[in-house]
Design a protein around this ligand. Sequence first.
Ligand code: AMP
Ligand code: ZN
Length: 464
Amino acid sequence: MAELKLYNTLTRKKEKFVPIKKGEVGMYSCGPTVYWFQHIGNIRAYLFVDTLKRILEYNGYKVKHVINVTDVGHLTSDADEGEDKMEKAAAKEGKKAEEIAEFYFKVFKEDLKKLNIKEPSVWSKATEHIKEQIELIKKLEEKGFTYETSDGIYFDSLKFKDYGKLAKLNIGGLESGKRIGVGEKKHKTDFALWKFSEEEGKRQQEWDSPWGVGFPGWHIECSAMSMKHLGEHFDIHTGGEDHIPIHHTNEIAQSECATGKKFVNYWMHNAFLVDNAGEKVSKSKGGLFTISDLEEKGYAALDFRYLFLLTHYRKPLSFSLETLDAARNAYKRMKRKVVELKKEKHKAQDNSDEYENKFLDAVNDDLNMPRALDVVWTMLDDFNFEPKKKLKLLEKFDEVLGLNIKEMKEEEVDVPKEVMELVKEREKLRKAKLWEESDLFRERIREKGFVVQDTDEGPRLEKL
Ligand code: AMP
Ligand code: ZN
C-alpha cells in the first residue's frame, strides 16, 4: 500500500506521515475571522483541510479536527497594529460584536455544507477560551519570556533561540525597535500576548486579567485552544501560506517556550487563490466572490470544489469566471458519465485493484488531486472495466473527492415551450438530412440558453 506522504513546511520536504498515537490524528486548522463573509480564497483553505482530512480517513486514521473561530483580537494588521476587525465591523454595522460573529459564522457553516466540507470535531471560539489564554500568558511570564509596554504584554521573541525556524526568517536582518502606538517593542518580531483597552468601557469585548483590562492577542488564541483540545504536542497544523512568517511562527514560539516541548510535527499550508494577473485576492483589493455570489451567477458550490481539485494545494489557484466555467463543464461531463454508467449493463473485467492503487498513489503523494482526477477520468473512459464495479469504486473515491457521486442523476430541466418547438423543428430537418439548416436551429436553441445533444434515445437538452 502506498504510504502517505505530506509536505512539511518545517523541513520543506515531503515526509512519510507517522502519527503520534497509532491510528489517530490530532489536527488544528486556523479558521475564520468572523467579521465578514469568507471569500473563495478563504474557502480554498478549508477545501484543502477537508481534502487532507478525507485522505487521512481514507487511510484508516481517526481524525480529531479542531477549527478555531476568531471572534476577538485579530487586528487589521497581523503585526499587532490597527483596529480589532470585530470591533470595527460592529461599529460599522451598528451591532454587537457577538451578533456580527454569530451571523458570519452561520453563513460560513452554510457554505461549508454546500461545499461538502465536513464539520470539525470541535469549533473553538476565542471568546470562550479567555481563561486558557490568560493561563498560557501567565506561564510565559513566569518563565521570563514576556515584558510590558504601555499598550500590552509582549512576547520577547529573541529569547526563543529557534524563533523564525518555520519561515526560515533572518532575524538579524530585521530592523528592531519599531515604534508601536505609545509603547515600544524591543524587537520587530516581538508580538502582543495581551493588549490593554485604550480606555476602559469603550471596547465591546474586554476582560479582566492580571495585567489590566483588555483582550488577548490573535496568536495566543491558537496556541491556547489547540493545546487545550489536542494536547501540548500534536500531529498536524494547517493554514494559508500567509500564516508562515508571523502567525504560525509566533504560535510555535509561545507554545514551545511555555511547554519546553515540540509543538507540532507537521505544518501544512495552502497557496493562495489568485486572479488572472497572479495576484492574491483579498478583501481589501475588492473583486472578491463569496459562494453566494457564485450561486447568484448560476454556479453551484460544487463547481468550485471541482475547480479546487484541479490545482495542487501548494500551487497558486488561478481563479476567473472562465476557469470556473471550464471546471463546471468538466464536472457536468462527469455527471453525464456517471448517469450513463448507472444504466450500462455490459460485462467486462474487474480492474478495481489497478485503479484503486493508482488513486491511492496520487492522493497519498502529498494530496496530488489533479493526478487523482486523471485516474478517475481514465477509469471512467475504460470500457473494459465492468460498469457496476467501476461505479462502486468511484463512489469509494468520492470519500476523498466529495463530489456527490452517489446523488448524481439525470438532470430534470424545465424547458420552455418555444425551445421545445425549436427542438421539434430541428428533428424534422435532421430526419431530412438537412444538416446545415439543423445546425442553425441548434444555434437558435443555444441563444435561448440550452444545448441540444443527439443521443440514441433522441435529443437531450441541457441548460447552458
Ligand atoms: P481569515 O478569515 O482572514 O483569518 O482567513 C482564513 C483562512 O484563509 C486562513 O487560513 C488564511 O490563510 C486563508 N486565506 C486568506 N486569503 C486567502 C487566499 N486568497 N487564498 C487562499 N487562502 C487564503
Ligand atoms: Zn491560528
